[in-house]
Design a protein around this ligand. Sequence first.
Ligand code: PNW
Length: 478
Amino acid sequence: MLKPTRRLFSKNLAALPAAAALPFVSNGQMAVPRARSFPADFRWGCATAAYQIEGAANEDGRGPSVWDTFSHTPGKTFHGETGDVADDSYHLYKEDVRLLKNLGATVYRMSLSWSRVFPDGIGKPNAKGLDYYKRVIDELKQNGIEPYVTLFHWDLPASLPHGWQSRETPKAFAEYAGYIARELSDQVHHFFTTNEFVCFTDLSYKVGQFAPGLKLGAAEVNQVRHHGILAHGMGVQAIRANARPGTQVGLAENATVFVPVIEEKAHVEAALKATREGNAPFLTAVLEGQYIDAYLNKEGVNAPKVEAGDMKMISSPLDFVGLNVYTPEYVRADDSAAGYTVLPRPASFPHMPSPWLFVGPEVIYWAVRNVSTLWKPKEIFITENGCSADDVVGTDGRINDTDRLMYLRNHLMHLQRAAAEGYPVKGYFLWSLLDNYEWADGYSKRFGIHYVDFQTLKRTPKLSAEWYKATIAANSVA
Ligand code: PNW
């Protein structure tokens, strides 16, 4: 491989879109620009969440969250598994920062356990809980890694009465967010309010698959959804009011991503319409400040009860939008009333061991493009992308997760297309740094690029970690 030279650089640069400028490689005869480069300031990292990695569930004054209660209830999670120990990152965090450093990551998306900081959700903060996060953040910064902090990744303090059914919960969230902003914004410059509305509302209060495991009716579920997005908006305001000037605020959302079946005008437009309508209770409301008619008409008498000022609060301006991207829905334009149909997936559509994780790498390009086209956020981050795989430790100790590597490589190729076309995608957080507690699936689904032996807690880089390290170093995907 040729080292890039200044001469080649300037000679070729003019012909290239800015995003694809460097580095160069040789094809043996003439230097050609290395394909699929990312912008020079692109940020690379990994993501995790508190309950999935920390363990130390009862240490240093942490209060219980709904996930403690839920996972300890028989029959709720795979083999009754809990996050009591998880990866024990509470004690092993320095090791985890070393893993990040070794990858060459420049950013790390982590979440805070609300009930570690406020054991009762509101009231008196727990200094020891906050101190843990200060230690983690110090360690990251000493290693040149910028912490990106999610305030709420599903582990709601168990003592908040009626959870997200109560309008008091968004207020409690805003108090917690303001406190964190005061305490941590000297060190942390990027905050995400909430992670994945649909998971802590629908999956938790309608489907019952996630904590607290309720199966409520439509009106109550819509109210829970409303409280979720209201918490986000109030959180944004609380951070702005309490953080150092310049602090960047956004959210991390797994918007449903609609991919046009054929890249032609009619289908592309159908995918945009589906994106607005398919995300109406969540991202559409947050970015437009309204519940669109398609949603209100569909829900009728069960539509959420909205108080004066709510929608303005919910649509508080953001510095960036974070997208968690895993799986596509395919859309074709037609002459139905909606103007499009979301196509059913054939039984043979490939998926990873998580049965919902269908593989369609173009999803990541359309996630960025649809959201950019509709709502023009200033910046976009991919706040999660990755997959489960049936990892096996070989007799040589290696974990050759070629399927995960295939998944990541192909998604990054499509993400690079989005960057090269000028969409404002600024960084990528791979889910996940290490195998961890996969919620109701317990430890049965591994998403890490580092293998964790859950008996010994030993971490071992998988082949995908080696590949990701090379990708970060090259700032391009191949
Ligand atoms: C996300 N689905 O969850 C979460 O943010 C992570 O905490 C989680 O570990 C990761 O993705 C992998 O699952 C999802 O059913 C959970 O479509 C379920 C779904 C999507 C995302």
